[in-house]
Design a protein around this ligand. Structure first.
Ligand code: NAP
Length: 232
């Protein structure tokens, strides 16, 4: 199947790295659905993107919103080939594990882990129907166990959990045509990364887009930065 028949969904596609991932996928000829909590904001952001971008309301923390979108994508397109779980929050900078507000930790898990998980559950059946899928979980080096430090406990736990989800799904889906990988975009200049970050959104989106367009013999169950494996 040529890329211009493929359908992609990018959660949190209305700004930051997600918006740039959507642009790069659309420029490859892939029909790209920008998921945006606020549909109007999504439309405004997508105005500068190619014509093969469509915007749909999506709050990954809201099961009804996810179910609504899954139904409408199935009716409208009949398939979903690429799912980029990009939506995320960093809501507990400055917080410490020793005295963390667990409600904030829960909020991070809801968006960053359960949000991605919900989308996977909603769309994997559609991918299985066509025996093709690319799931890209936008993780972070802050979720890597090998050099885990303190601070931002909710964010760290949510990204470490997302990496576990990548491994579980990749294992369960091996041989199905669906490849599942985690990627770290690096430290990127966005609202989340701040203006002092070292990378542009174009650089940050490069590895996610690479993972979203892997060939059939591409890797699954990996964790990548700059298109290269990194330690979990
Ligand atoms: P950003 O500029 O803060 O954008 C976050 C995006 O996620 C926004 O579109 C936001 O939507 C959306 N979002 C948050 N909660 C959502 C929800 N419940 N449902 C749907 N959308 C939701 O962040 P970014 O820097 O582009 O980060 C994108 C991803 O990369 C995140 O997963 C982040 O953890 C990861 N990451 C970023 C960096 C970095 O340096 N920037 C480094 C490592 C990993 P609204 O506009 O509605 O708020």
């Amino acid at each position: 199947m040529t890329e211009n028949r493929r359908i992609a969904l990018v959660s949190g596609g209305n700004r930051g790295i997600g918006l740039e991932i959507a642009r790069q996928l659309a420029e490859k000829g892939i029909t790209t659905i920008v998921g945006s909590r606020d549909e109007e904001q999504g439309r405004a952001a997508a105005e500068a993107l190619p014509d093969n971008v469509v915007v749909r309301q999506l709050d990954v923390a809201d099961e009804k919103s996810v179910d609504r979108l899954a139904t409408s994508i199935e009716e409208e397109f009949g398939r979903l080939d690429i799912l980029v779980n990009n939506a995320g929050i960093a809501n507990d900078r400055g917080q410490r594990g020793v005295d963390a507000d667990l409600d904030r930790v829960r909020e991070a898990l809801e968006a960053n882990l359960f949000g991605a998980w919900r989308l996977c559950e909603a769309f994997i059946p559609l991918m299985q129907r066509h025996r093709y899928g690319r799931i890209v979980n936008i993780s972070s080096g802050m979720g890597a166990l090998n050099d885990m430090g303190g601070g931002s406990p909710g964010y760290r736990v949510s990204k470490a959990g997302l990496n576990v989800l990548t491994r579980i799904l990749a294992s369960e889906l091996r041989g199905s045509g669906i490849l599942v990988n985690s990627v770290c975009p690096g430290w990127v200049r966005t609202d989340m990364g701040g203006s002092g970050a070292t990378r542009s959104v174009e650089e940050g989106a490069d590895t996610p887009v690479w993972a979203a367009t892997l060939p059939n013999n591409g890797p699954t169950g990996g964790f990548f930065r700059d298109r290269r494996p990194i330690p979990w």
